[in-house]
Design a protein around this ligand. Sequence first.
Ligand SMILES: [Zn+2]
Length: 153
Amino acid sequence: MAYLCKSQVQLSETDVLAVYCSDHRIQAAVREFLDVNLDLRANYDSLVVPGGPQCLVEFEALPKFAWVGRKWSRALIRLHSLKRMILIAHHECGWYRWLEDYRPSGNPVRSTQENDLRAAGRALGQISPDTAVELFYAVWDANGAMTIETVPL
Ligand SMILES: [Zn+2]
């Protein structure tokens, strides 16, 4: 079997890294947000893992996750001279439910996720001090309409 893709290889450079969750429910809407709202037109590096930016945050019970998340990010930043970091968390994130088994936080999940977004942004700033960080939180309504909101640094 061979499939000829309608999309072509992106030959121009990028300076953007997008970090978001691997949850299947958000993929199309997040890509639309990146491509249309931020006008990136599929020209960005992606780090897509369960919990998204949480992989950059020190977490005592699971230290290897932050270690590898930062290794991947450092590699992409250096290999591609990335300068703009876009970090997106989302509500109903299963990864955060899974983390509760390791650390009952007592905080509403959104505030924990927003704190993690800021911590992830600081971690990227330590890797590369001249990077710009943008933080976002995705929510959706009962009909599945997604809104992506800016989170203050
Ligand atoms: Zn998620």
